[in-house]
Design a protein around this ligand. Structure first.
Ligand code: AMP
Ligand code: MG
Length: 343
């Protein structure tokens, strides 16, 4: 099957993305439409759109926004008062129940992915200048030294107290948005909402179906142009994407992106350019999108075969080949050719 990546382009205008996800249209206000309410906020370094339907929608999206800001204050490495920043600066801190939950989930995902997901990769992120924006390509010795500080065995948990070995720093950037979107689903449910959708910087999570009973149509962005890889029809699912195109710098014509392979200390070069995970568990979907991007096609496919039922994927490699796991294949629509990966 010959792929004609540059010939058949799916070109869907931004306005259509709004139609597809019912998210991300406008900014900075709460808008009511039909019986739905949308609130647009900026948090966790990105634009977010929170939509709920029904009588309690207004209250639910307000509380959801509060929840996001609370998580941002707790987790942000850029906020010196956050629990994570205190740990990174002082080497020890008492975590709130929720920060502990996120740490334990991160360690679980790290474990299940053989260390591809690593919440302690921050010293390497700093070396490449990602947090500060002062980007640079470090030399081998610097990378080797930084890699000494990312061993998660150096994290010791005793009750609510977390201690990290000297030189270690945590960063939940690879899981925070997915954790947050799942938390919002819980807030929506607490307020009796049965239909809602959120987009946290393009990472989507859905509650129930659309009010008319049809599935949510969620677009997966194309890494190279303004179009889309395809659309996935879902209910009660998170649809979360990792791609090198999301954050990167270039030096001497080489692109260095923000997803670090903990085995090399450098941006992952796995041959994949986009990894979307579909799962009921937003935090898992987020962690796995990062981890499977690092694993590459073979690693991602065999990981999925060991964990079918937990999640599905849509991946694209650097030649434009798209692969979709069996469980989501019927729900996926694309104008590109794609292969279905079977169990
Ligand atoms: P995502 O967009 O979900 O793939 O997350 C990327 C973000 O996760 C980066 O900006 C870092 O904050 C963090 N990160 C980078 N590499 C890793 C890794 N190997 N494991 C966990 N988090 C990572
Ligand atoms: Mg992620």
């Amino acid at each position: 099957m010959k792929r004609q990546l540059n010939k058949i382009k799916v070109r869907i205008l931004p306005a259509l993305l709004c139609a597809l996800t019912f998210a991300g249209c406008g900014f900075g206000h709460a808008a009511s439409g039909e019986d739905g309410v949308t609130k647009e906020i900026f948090a966790m370094d990105t634009y977010m759109s929170l939509t709920a339907y029904g009588d309690t929608a207004g209250e639910a999206v307000g509380k959801a926004a509060d929840k996001i800001h609370e998580l941002d204050r707790m987790l942000s490495t850029g906020n010196e008062k956050s629990e994570v920043s205190v740990l990174n600066r002082e080497g020890t801190v008492r975590f709130s129940d929720e920060a502990m939950k996120i740490l334990l989930k991160s360690l679980d995902i790290s474990d299940m992915t053989g260390g591809a997901f690593n919440p302690a990769v921050y010293p390497v992120m700093e070396l490449w200048g990602f947090p500060s924006g002062s980007y640079r390509v470090p030399d081998r010795d610097e990378i080797t030294a930084a890699l000494d500080n990312i061993n998660i065995q150096g994290i010791v948990i005793s009750g609510s107290k977390v201690t990290a070995a000297e030189g270690m720093k945590l960063d939940f950037g690879g899981i925070a948005k997915g954790y947050a979107s799942s938390a919002i689903m819980q807030v929506f449910e607490q307020y009796g909402v049965t239909s809602g959708i959120v987009s946290l910087g393009g990472n989507v999570q859905t509650l129930g179906t659309k009010p008319d009973g049809s599935l949510w149509r969620t677009a997966v962005r194309h890494p190279e142009d303004e179009g889309y890889i395809g659309v996935v029809n879902v209910q009660d699912k998170a649809v979360i994407t990792s791609g090198g195109y999301e954050r990167f710098f270039e030096e001497d014509g080489i692109r260095y992106h923000h997803i670090i392979d903990p085995s090399t200390g450098a941006p992952a070069r796995s041959g994949l350019v986009s990894v979307t995970i579909i799962s009921t568990d937003g935090a898992l979907a987020d962690g796995l999108s990062t981890a499977l991007f690092i694993m590459g096609e073979d690693g991602a496919v065999s990981f999925w075969r060991e964990h079918t039922g937990l999640f599905d994927f849509i991946i694209m490699d650097e030649t434009g080949k798209i692969m979709v796991s069996e469980g989501i294949a019927d729900a996926f629509e694309s104008e590109y050719d794609y292969e279905i990966v079977r169990r």
